[in-house]
Structure formats: structure tokens, C-alpha cells
Design a protein around this ligand. Sequence first.
Ligand code: AMP
Length: 213
Amino acid sequence: MRLILFGPPGVGKGTQAKLLSATLNIPQISTGDLLREAIVKDTELGRAAKAILDGGQLVSDSIMIGIIRDVLKSEQCKNGFILDGFPRTIPQAEGLSFLLAQLGLNIDCVISMEVDETEIIRRLGKRSSCDQCGKIFGIETIKDKTKCPNCGGQLSQRDDDNPDTIRERLLVYARSTEPVKRYYQKIGLLKTVNAQGSIEQVTRDIFVSINHK
Ligand code: AMP
């Protein structure tokens, strides 16, 4: 199974990708996580990407396609994958199609997760993730705001989840990423899921979409 989870920042792609990954036994490939890892490790990529992430802008298409090329060719993706946060532009979508054609593979389904903008801003302003297990929480749902209820690790807010950067990320989404939906609609791969409901409901709806592709 090769899936793309598509949607604006804060819609819950990361949360759902982790759940789908555990159930389907295929890896979650989050380009945002890969970039944050590179920043923490202070690699050449991380140093180049830091200011871009902090400003809510997009890392260049050629860098992103290069990262995805390496990941898709790796052993971990041999039985499938869930792309989370890629592609984010039309050139990235075209690059992915080209790359998959070279590998003789195809995407089974693109799930577009949809919520209204007020809810997105509310979720982004209140989310926290665990430095250890990577799980994401709505900060209002947990008692001890610093400790992960899943593994006890340290919880922290992402640097780019502040009001100015959130605004910029949503503008970038509308301008550069939203058009990617049409790209997949045209080739008949797009399924839409209402992501406004509970985590469990959204997971169920995603499975319904996958099974009816
Ligand atoms: P995310 O964790 O998916 O919200 O991504 C965090 C940030 O990483 C984005 O705001 C971008 O700066 C960068 N990023 C992640 N994926 C991509 C991509 N496919 N293309 C360009 N930049 C990306």
C-alpha cells in the first residue's frame, strides 16, 4: 500500500499517519520530521533548512525530491509507505510521479484531510509533541503539560507553531500546496475525508476511503 496523506498544517496528518503506519505495517515518511531531525543533528541540510522552517516557508523542490528519492529507494519502503507532508507543490508531485515511474511503482490513494481554518489555527496553537516517541497531543487534553502520557518523555511545542509562523504556513499552503489536490483529482487518486471529528472517527473514515479506492 502506497498512500499520500494530504492537507493543511495542523489537520492531523502526523497523528493519522502514525496510526495507519502501525495498523498497515508500512512506514510513515514525514518530510517535516526528516528536516527537523537534520536540524537537531546539525547536518548541512539541517543548517540550510532551519531558517526556512522557522519562517514557515518551503524548502526547495530539488532538495525535497532528492530526499524522497533516497527514502523511497531504501529497504524500509519495500512494502509500501505513507507520505506525510510530501508532495507540497506541483513540481514535487510531478517529481514524485516521475520517480515512481522509474521504480515501476504507483500511488494507491491520496487522502485529502479537510477541516475549516479556524479549527486549524486552534489546533496548531495548542499542540505539543513528545521529544522521545513523537506522539502529538492537544495540550488541553493532558494533565501534566510537560510529560508525555504515552512514554513519559519531554513534551514541547514546535518552534514554528507560533501565531506569525502559523499565518505564514497557511498562506504558503493556500498558494503552493492546495493546487496539488487538483493534480491528484485529475488522475483519479484523490479521496476526501472530513478531519473535523475525533481521531478515531477520522481513522475509520480514512480506512473506508482506502477500501473503496
Ligand atoms: P510539517 O512537519 O509537515 O508541518 O513540515 C514542517 C516544515 O518543514 C514546513 O513548514 C516546511 O518548512 C518544511 N517542509 C516539510 N515538508 C516539505 C516539503 N515537502 N516541501 C518543502 N518544505 C517542506
